[in-house]
Design a protein around this ligand. Structure first.
Ligand SMILES: [Zn+2]
Length: 162
């Protein structure tokens, strides 16, 4: 088991992490298997912002593409894993209409105490769906980037956009 301080330094590790988190999500809500999530390291307008490490594009018809900034290689696992879980939260949100209903069916007890934020708060929804699918709390570190490290703050600070 690798520690959260381990750096993710190659594409193979990145690919395996995404594949394993995706499998985990599909095991909770099996309808997610109908979606297709590709990925690549590439360019995005979003990466000009210092905080931008990943962006997920939705092409309709269940097709998603997660673009990682080159800077992702060399980042700690606690950061890369948190971003991965957050982005899968967006995929579940945009890919499955009525995701709350699927979650109520899959996780009836947990859904009794969790209120999924409204669609007007897509970022909070992504973090909440990550919480439900992976049982992880997405926090934000001193650079305002997602982290699983307990030193981060949660929920997502309002100034980052909800
Ligand atoms: Zn997001």
């Amino acid at each position: 088991m690798s520690s959260h301080n381990t750096l993710v330094s190659d594409q193979e590790t990145l690919g395996k992490l995404l594949a394993s988190r995706w499998k985990e999500a599909c095991a909770v809500v099996d309808r997610l298997e109908d979606l297709n999530v590709g990925w690549a390291i590439g360019e995005s307008e979003h990466f000009r912002k210092e905080r931008g490490f990943a962006v997920t594009r939705f092409f309709g018809d269940g097709q998603f593409h997660l673009i990682w900034s080159e800077e992702i290689l060399g980042q700690p696992l606690s950061r890369v894993d948190a971003i991965t879980c957050h982005e899968i939260g967006h995929v579940a949100d945009f890919g499955l209409p009525f995701i709350e209903d699927h979650l109520k069916e899959a996780l009836p007890e947990r859904m009794e105490t969790v209120v999924v934020p409204p669609e007007s708060q897509r970022e909070l929804r992504a973090d909440c769906l990550a919480y439900l699918l992976f049982d992880v709390l997405i926090r934000y570190d001193s650079e305002d980037i997602q982290t699983l490290d307990p030193s981060g703050v949660a929920p997502r600070p309002e100034r980052l956009g909800l």
